[in-house]
Design a protein around this ligand. Structure first.
Ligand SMILES: [Zn+2]
Ligand SMILES: [Zn+2]
Length: 364
């Protein structure tokens, strides 16, 4: 079950040619880089090493925080930083880049990247919607990107659901469901695929993701009540049984929940704005993404492994690891720019990620 992205024939033959040119150049850059650094042949060992270093750094950060050697800001930034590598590893694992022949280790790594990034959906189920994302990026059945606000007008709702995928799912679930049913009826989406998506909706957050979101909401509600009662000078104490829970809730929020939400905000802000939506030709890679690499994106790029700069390259050449992509980005960007891939198209953020400027009026 590997991904083939050439399976959709597009009408825009000029863009098809440009895509081929970019693909060839990027593949060549990878090949040259790999030839210069033979150590890269040990892909499984490199993937596993990155995984182990990240996990060790997360555990060390948690330990230092719990023993009061570092403060809350330091633990949040550290865990957010190291889990951003785990996100890229998860993405590589989804594309079967490590331990292809050793399912046990591959699945163990999948479990690991989920456990340490527990506010995200089940990675085994994500694989289905991610492959679908590559096939039809920017169209209405691309639920992976729509699930993180891609294509929506900027509003308070988009802001609060950029990181929070559970709330986002609740608020936009009905709309996406309607679009999926319509796509099945029109023959744009196989029924079996729609049923796979349904599975993701039901099981994607079980068991612990859902539990941790509920802990997060309890944390928010608790401190909001305390904040307002103290401003209004109201003498209020939570019941003792609730207060006792915060002995474990507070550190859990500091070590795991908030760093992941902070990281997800950075990643989702970048990804939902670097993918175009709504008026792109299905399968046309030239229209799917832009490169976001201006200096002012650096604070967010730091917590998503430079995603804005490198993810567009991945749309052209899928089967390359995230770390090699970082090293070949300069060469890739050169050919992408020459062929007309957009860079830092900030105006698209204002037009709800539409590709064409004239599509502004069609924003739902
Ligand atoms: Zn993408
Ligand atoms: Zn991918």
């Amino acid at each position: 079950m590997e991904l083939v992205i050439d399976d959709i024939k597009i009408k825009n033959t000029a863009d098809e040619l440009k895509t081929k040119i970019i693909r060839k150049e990027v593949q060549l850059a990878s090949k040259e880089f790999r030839a210069k650094h033979p150590i890269l042949q040990h892909q499984n060992a490199i993937g596993l090493s990155i995984f182990l270093v990240c996990v060790a750094m997360i555990i060390l950060s948690a330990y230092l925080y719990l023993t009061q050697k570092i403060g809350v800001i330091a633990v949040i930034l550290s865990v957010a930083f190291w889990t951003s590598f785990l996100h890229e590893l998860e993405h590589d694992l989804i594309h079967f880049m490590y331990f292809k022949k050793n399912k046990f280790i591959q699945n163990l790594m999948m479990l690991g990247v989920w456990v340490f990034r527990p506010m995200t959906i089940n990675p085994w189920l994500r694989r289905e919607i991610h492959f679908h994302h590559h096939r039809v990026s920017g169209t209405k059945t691309d639920i992976e990107e729509r699930g993180v606000t891609n294509g929506e007008k900027w509003s308070f709702k988009r802001l609060i659901t950029t990181a929070d995928i559970l709330l986002g799912g609740v608020l936009r679930g009905a709309r996406i469901r309607k679009d999926i049913i319509e796509a099945v009826k029109n023959g744009e989406l196989p029924r079996e695929q729609a049923l796979e998506f349904k599975k993701l909706k039901i099981y994607g957050m079980l068991p612990f993701t859902l539990g941790l979101y509920l802990v997060w909401y309890l944390f928010l509600a608790h401190y909001t009540v305390h904040f307002f009662t103290s401003i209004l000078n109201i003498d209020y104490q939570s019941p003792a049984i609730i207060q006792a829970q915060f002995k474990w809730i507070n550190p859990l929020v500091a070590i795991l929940i908030f760093p992941n939400l902070f990281r997800m905000f950075s990643l989702h802000f970048i990804t939902s704005n670097m993918h175009y939506y709504g008026d792109v030709e299905a399968g046309n890679v030239m229209q799917q993404t832009q490169v976001l690499n201006k200096w002012y994106f650096i604070p967010m790029q730091l917590f998503c492994c430079n995603f804005g700069s490198t993810h567009a390259i991945h749309h052209f050449v899928v089967n390359e690891t995230f770390y090699v992509r970082q090293f070949t980005a300069a060469k890739a960007h050169k050919v992408m720019q020459e062929q007309g891939v957009r860079f830092n198209d900030i105006a698209s953020i204002k037009r709800a990620n539409r590709f064409f400027e004239t599509s502004r009026l069609k924003i739902a």
